[in-house]
Ligand binder design. Structure first.
Ligand code: IPM
Ligand code: MN
Length: 358
């Protein structure tokens, strides 16, 4: 398996090192070989060369790699985030990675900020549309810089885009024994774009008799995520709402440092990244939580069909969390690297044991 590794900026570099360490441990323990190629794209490279991503970069990622692993992008020296948009959003758009899959799964009740909630209550997945909506950055300005300025930012919803993400959510639910798909929009206010989401959802739902279709406006969904997360199973929503509720979802599982994501186009090269950003003030200080990145590596293996290996990573992470061998952010006292060491050792231990079992 050939993987393009783009550590990016800030703590992206710190956590990517631990995801790579984890992959190497999986390789050794379970006899897999991962060909990991590190690519330099990010703030430093952009400031040196003026290039965020070379012109043939997206095609190279798509055609020469089986998967892409990204750390995080964002640097205070580039306030308009141009390089981040081109590298991260550019990869999503150019590779047409229309599914942003973000599981929300609580490992240890201690990590949940809600009273009395346990691992069964916080276990759902979010499918965020990843190629359109407000993120296409279409619009314009009139009379810029004056008190009469008009700034338009269009919310693009295509039938193709809405249909394929809702279909993916239903297919996922049916294939994974999930019983409920909740589509969330703001169609009570946005009568064109979000009415399309309503229509497509109602068209597709009857084809999945074993899946209960549920609709919640996005504000109500935000409320229910706190009030009663146990009712949630599969959520499908647009790009912007998905961005917002997955930060909320991250907190339910112990913070942004815990949250993993996959940017998918079924059958094509896909991209895997933690949900968190580059957190410049924590960069290089051995304090960032690498678990979101490590679990994103697990999603990458799962997507490549290495289901057993992915599960082993999850178990190793669980062992680290339950035994407190984690960074202070989630109640331990280890650094980023030591957390990665613990998880890698746990994977090797599990691999050795499974060899004995055989
Ligand atoms: C995310 C991030 C990005 C997004 C930013 C960095 C553009 O917040 O992956 O959730 O909004 O998609
Ligand atoms: Mn986000």
């Amino acid at each position: 398996m050939r993987v393009a590794v783009i550590p990016g900026d800030g703590i992206g570099k710190d956590v990517t090192a631990e995801a790579v360490k984890t992959l190497r441990a999986v390789g050794e323990a379970f006899g897999r070989s991962f060909d990991l190629e590190t690519l330099p794209y990010g703030a430093d490279y952009y400031l040196e060369t003026g290039i965020s991503m070379p012109p043939d970069g997206y095609a190279m990622l798509r055609d020469q790699f089986d998967a892409i692993f990204m750390g995080a992008l964002g640097d205070p020296r580039i306030p308009d985030m141009r390089h981040a948009r081109e590298i991260l959003l550019g990869t999503r758009f150019e590779l047409d990675l229309y599914v942003n899959y973000r599981p929300v799964k609580l490992i240890d009740p201690r990590l949940c900020p809600l009273k009395g909630r346990n691992a069964e209550d916080v276990n759902f997945v979010v499918f965020r549309e990843n190629t359109e909506g407000l993120y296409v950055n279409m619009g314009g300005r009139f009379k810029p810089g004056t008190p009469d300025e008009i700034a338009l930012q269009e919310d693009v919803n295509t039938h193709k885009g809405v249909h394929r993400i809702i279909l993916y959510a239903f297919e996922y639910a049916a294939a994974h024994g999930r019983t409920r798909v909740c589509m969330s929009d703001k169609s009570n206010a946005l009568g064109y774009g979000h009415a399309l989401w309503q229509r497509v959802f109602q068209e597709l739902a009857p084809q999945y008799p074993d899946v209960e279709p549920v609709h919640l406006y996005i504000d109500a969904l935000a409320m229910q995520m706190i009030k009663n997360p146990g009712q949630l199973d599969v959520i499908v929503t647009n790009n912007m709402f998905g961005d917002i509720i997955t930060d909320l979802g991250a907190q339910l599982q112990g913070g942004l440092g815990m949250a993993a994501s996959a940017n998918l186009h079924p059958g094509q090269t896909s991209m895997f990244e933690p949900v968190h950003g580059s957190a410049p003030k924590y960069a290089g200080r051995n304090i960032a939580n690498p678990i979101g990145a490590i679990l994103s590596a697990a999603l990458m293996l799962e997507h490549a069909g290495l289901v057993r290996e992915a599960a082993e990573i999850e178990e190793a992470v669980k062992a680290a969390v339950m035994s407190g061998n984690v960074p202070p952010e989630i109640g331990g006292s280890l650094g980023t690297r030591e957390t990665g060491d613990f998880i890698a050792a746990e994977i090797r231990r599990r691999g050795a044991r499974s060899t004995v079992d055989r």
